[in-house]
Design a protein around this ligand. Structure first.
Ligand SMILES: Cc1ncc(COP(=O)(O)O)c(C=O)c1O
Length: 440
């Protein structure tokens, strides 16, 4: 049994990430155990996980198969060098991940996080262009409001001002598409909005400005999550693909949150029927149990690197923990659980119920937009005048007191629970939120 009343004496040493440190340390919210759809708080309350941790625990918490696989791997082999050596589970997992993708998206490179996956994808894209004799193509195109992790490449192509403005000039040679949020036309859309496909034509404008011969790749989140859930307008991603094809630009989908069943199908690639050249992933690959990320590239990209003498390294990139044995064991067990427990199918089956429940909040005070797709919902609140983010943060604090974990970004509530959810969990989540919004 966990010691649920264990509270550390010293909260000061730990500089917490993306956290209001002073507020937290004055009123700590500590989680001490997790099982299924619930966390246990240090004051021994059950907290319904409305966020799958941080969009990652898609299989729910403490699944015995995943726990057992990690324990067994730790006992069998703790670590194997990632460079010039291999271990069987890294190869097995790569094949299993590739099997989740259509066509020739079939070459997997391991990382330890979403941020590292993004850096890896951007580097592969630039190096690929050079490898095929297009060395002038070094420019990267991201999108306003995009989130691609927190490393320098990711914040350079990203488009969230607070994640960028403190950190100097970042990467040179980056430009951005406009974001796709059109509240005047698309507010309260269920699923994919009708308006905005033409925003993909921004890429044509950037080609006209910079010339295609300078552009290596475009990176977008198929569904933008961290900025507050922006669903792509109908045909937007298809149009982006066409423009990339026309100009020899690689298309990268950052699927760190959309991957592993979040939208129903395994990846957004399948959900939208659009074939990118490179896909980043992390989080759900191990259901959040062991840090792991990966990049999958189309075979022609991999093949372009496979020249030169046999003994020569083809890509000068990698991490000590690329394909860590514990992560691979966790990943294999996680993919088994997704399949055996039918979790992607469950997400698909419940997405209509989820949508109805989300949109039932529409007429409540301060709700100015609701957006949803798969098992994702964003509920945008009107900010308190002069105090942006406060309204949503207060709801976050009160939801936690009432036994529900949500996530807020700006004044937007984002929900993304484990895919093992039931209708009763959905009722509890949106019922709690409705009570809080009515009382706000
Ligand atoms: C789309 C996207 N890319 C990258 C990342 C960064 O992942 P990590 O926090 O594992 O570095 C995230 C994290 O939420 C994300 O949503």
């Amino acid at each position: 049994m966990p010691d649920t009343h264990r509270v550390p004496n010293d909260l000061e040493s730990f500089w917490m990430p993306f956290t209001a440190n002073r507020q937290f340390k004055a009123r700590p919210r500590l989680l001490v155990a997790a099982k299924g759809m619930h966390y246990t708080s240090h004051d021994n309350r059950q907290i319904l996980d409305g966020t799958a941790g941080l969009w990652c625990c898609n299989a729910g918490h403490g699944h015995p198969k995943i726990v057992g696989a990690i324990q067994a791997q730790a006992a069998e082999m703790d670590y194997a060098p990632a460079f010039q050596m291999g271990h069987p589970k890294a190869f097995e997992l790569a094949s299993r991940i590739a099997a989740l993708f259509p066509g020739d998206l079939n070459r997997v490179f391991y990382t330890n996080s979403g941020s590292e996956s993004v850096e890896t994808a951007l580097k592969i894209a630039i190096a690929y262009q050079r490898t095929i004799g297009q060395g002038t193509r070094t420019r990267l195109i991201g999108r306003e409001r995009g989130y691609h992790g927190v490393n320098f490449g990711g914040i350079s192509v990203g488009g969230i001002p607070n994640n960028r403005k403190f950190f100097g000039p970042m990467l040179g040679g980056v430009d951005h598409l406009r974001h796709t949020h059109l509240p005047d036309k698309n507010a309260f859309t269920r699923g994919e909005p009708a308006h905005g496909a033409e925003l993909a034509d921004d890429l044509e404008r950037l080609v006209a400005l910079h010339d295609a011969s300078t552009i290596a790749a475009v990176i977008v989140e198929p569904v933008a999550g961290s900025t507050g859930v922006l669903i792509p307008p109908k045909n937007y991603l298809q149009r982006l693909r066409q423009i990339c094809d026309k100009h020899g630009i690689l298309l990268i989908f950052d699927e760190v949150i959309t991957g592993f069943g979040r939208l129903g199908p395994a990846f957004a690639v399948e959900k939208f029927g659009v074939m990118p050249d490179i896909v980043t992933m992390a989080k759900g690959v191990t259901s959040g149990t062991v840090p792991m990320g990966a990049v999958i590239a189309r075979q022609f990209i991999y093949d372009a690197f496979m020249s030169g003498p046999d003994h020569a390294i083809e890509l000068f990139h990698g991490y000590t923990y690329s394909g860590h044995p514990l992560a691979c064991a966790a990943g294999l067990a996680t993919l088994d659980v997704y399949q055996q427990d039918g979790l992607f199918e469950n997400a698909t089956a419940l997405s209509g119920y989820w949508e109805d429940a989300a949109h039932s909040l529409r007429s409540l005070p301060h709700v100015i937009d609701i957006r949803n797709l798969g098992i994702i919902a964003g509920i945008e609140l009107e900010p308190i005048a002069g105090q942006p983010t406060k309204r949503a943060f207060d709801i976050f604090l009160r939801a936690y007191e009432k036994g529900l974990l949500i996530r807020t970004t700006g004044d937007i509530i984002a929900l993304s629970p484990p895919l093992s959810l039931t209708k009763a969990h959905i009722d509890q989540m949106f019922g709690t939120l409705a009570d809080l919004l009515k009382a706000a």
